[in-house]
Design a protein around this ligand. Structure first.
Ligand code: HEM
Length: 153
């Protein structure tokens, strides 16, 4: 059971952080090079619609498996070690940023696309880009801290 939780936790973290890296570092610059603004907005709307729909499932898996391991292996705050505290804090921060994006700029972008308001859609997309870039950096740092804490001391 513990191994299953651990594997699910790692798979969730890989999909979450890897998806953000692909969207921000590869897809977005390539879309800028190859597409005009209307097509670019349509592409990114389709990409984030699928990615955020998946994250509504993946984020709870990462948090819940993390809590289950934290409580089951470390008995919560009493015995847990520094990298688990850091991961916990960063994980909650990342989930908060995801909620902010999903309920704020992403909702605005969808409404703007439906209304044909390209300027508002582009502004919301820019906010999404900044927030996802922030979460990508936090996610990479979290994985580095988690790995370092476990194997580096
Ligand atoms: C509520 C948030 C979280 C909690 C309570 C939590 C808890 C845990 C626990 C207890 C372990 C096992 C640690 C060990 O035995 O050394 C673990 C492993 C791991 N977690 Fe998390 N985690 C959370 C969020 C995250 C997030 C957001 C990421 C990635 C962005 C992440 C990445 C990892 C990685 C890469 C490992 C494997 C390395 C290791 O075992 O330390 N975790 N997590």
């Amino acid at each position: 059971m513990a191994t299953t939780l651990y594997v699910l936790h790692l798979l969730g973290a890989v999909v979450w952080v890897g998806g953000m890296a692909f969207a921000i570092l590869m897809l977005r610059p390539a879309a800028h090079e190859a597409l005009e603004p209307p097509q670019r907005i349509a592409l990114m709307e389709g990409v984030f619609r699928r990615f955020f729909r998946m994250l509504w499932h993946v984020v709870p898996v990462v948090i819940l498996t993390g809590w289950a391991m934290w409580i089951g292996w470390y008995w919560g705050f009493a015995a847990s070690i520094w990298h688990v505290h850091a991961m916990h804090l960063a994980g909650l921060g990342m989930a908060g940023v995801f909620l902010f994006v999903a309920l704020g700029p992403w909702a605005r972008m969808r409404a703007a696309v439906a209304a044909g308001d390209r300027a508002a859609a582009a502004a919301a997309l820019d906010t999404i880009r900044k927030a996802v870039t922030f979460n990508l950096m936090l996610g990479l740092l979290t994985v580095a801290v988690a790995g370092w804490g476990r194997f580096g001391g």
